[in-house]
Design a protein around this ligand. Structure first.
Ligand SMILES: [Zn+2]
Length: 312
């Protein structure tokens, strides 16, 4: 009797156990239909980071190694000759201001490095347009300006913009660095280095902040260092700011961090990877520093990642 009860109980127990195992297996199967392991998910959904694709393109094209340059020489010529591929990108008046004002008036003194890369003195028309904007008006200073018009040069060049199109650019610089600039910008061009725009600061009314916010690359501007009374190297045409929005100017007034231009705060974090970032691996950095320019990103008391200057 006792044995029979025990046997029956045992059989029931075994059946219940089987039933439990069966239910658990069924539930497990159902769950696996709806969800999957991380490995399975990863296999079905390969990573496609949209931002990274764009970054990778931009970064790689920004930093095409210099061996590409010899191949690009042909492209340079054809792009120049095609004409249609060269787009003027002046945002304000539709045509490059300095090119329009100088026209061919200084052609006898023009020094052509190659094709569209040349420099020449400023014409009377260009000087008149700069007066009181990027160059001080005669009555605004007690002394002579620290740089004379005769010491400045108008530089014309080509560059690749952010869309990968060839664009015309222009800048005004000190005569002592004009040859450096045509050589550097020609190499940047051969390497398809992306610079959004290179317009005279006069297009922005001489307003450095407006130029930076518009990511304009510029050189000469008779102004003091931002936040101080000392004359900037830009006032002598010996400094240039490249893609300034992506390479901001960072100062530390009274222990506070101040980042300029407005909106570029995210790019002050140089541990991040992003397009148009100037660092010591950047082609701009290499070309400028090997010609004796100092990079503002190497300074300690402040960081001016957009800035290269030459002490002559
Ligand atoms: Zn600067």
């Amino acid at each position: 009797m006792i044995n029979r009860i025990n046997r029956n109980s045992l059989l029931k127990l075994i059946l219940i156990l089987f039933a439990l195992v069966f239910i658990a297996a069924g539930l497990s199967f159902l769950f696996r239909q709806g969800s999957m392991t991380l490995e399975e998910y990863a296999l079905k959904h390969p990573v496609q980071p949209q931002d990274n694709n764009e970054n990778r393109d931009s970064v790689s094209s920004d930093r095409i190694p210099s061996h590409v340059s010899s191949n690009n020489a042909g492209t340079t010529v054809s792009a120049n000759n095609a004409g249609a591929t060269v787009s003027s990108n002046e945002s304000v008046s539709g045509e490059l201001m300095g090119k329009r004002l100088n026209a061919d008036s200084m052609i006898s003194q023009r020094i052509v490095y190659t094709d569209d890369f040349y420099y020449e003195p400023l014409s009377d028309a260009l000087m008149a347009a700069m007066e009181g904007i990027s160059y001080p008006a005669f009555d605004s200073l007690e002394e002579e300006p620290a740089v004379a018009y005769e010491d400045l040069r108008y530089v014309h060049l080509l560059h690749y913009d952010f869309h990968g199109n060839v664009a015309e650019g222009e800048l005004i610089c000190n005569a002592s660095v004009a040859q450096d600039f045509v050589e550097i910008f020609h190499t940047l061009y051969q390497n398809m280095y992306r610079i959004e725009k290179i317009l005279l600061i006069d297009v922005y009314g001489g307003d450095d902040t407006a130029s930076m916010e518009d990511n304009n690359t510029s050189c000469f501007n008779y102004r003091t260092v931002e936040g101080s009374t000392s004359l900037s190297k830009h006032a002598l045409g010996l400094a240039i700011d490249i893609n300034p929005f992506y390479n901001p100017y960072v100062t530390y007034p009274e222990g506070q961090v101040r980042i300029s231009p407005r909106g570029s705060e995210i790019y002050a974090d140089r541990s991040r990877e992003f397009p148009y970032k100037i660092d010591e691996n950047d082609l701009c950095y290499k070309l400028f520093t090997e010609r004796g320019f100092l990079w503002g990103g190497n300074w300690n008391s402040m960081k001016d990642y957009q800035h290269f200057q030459k002490i002559t």
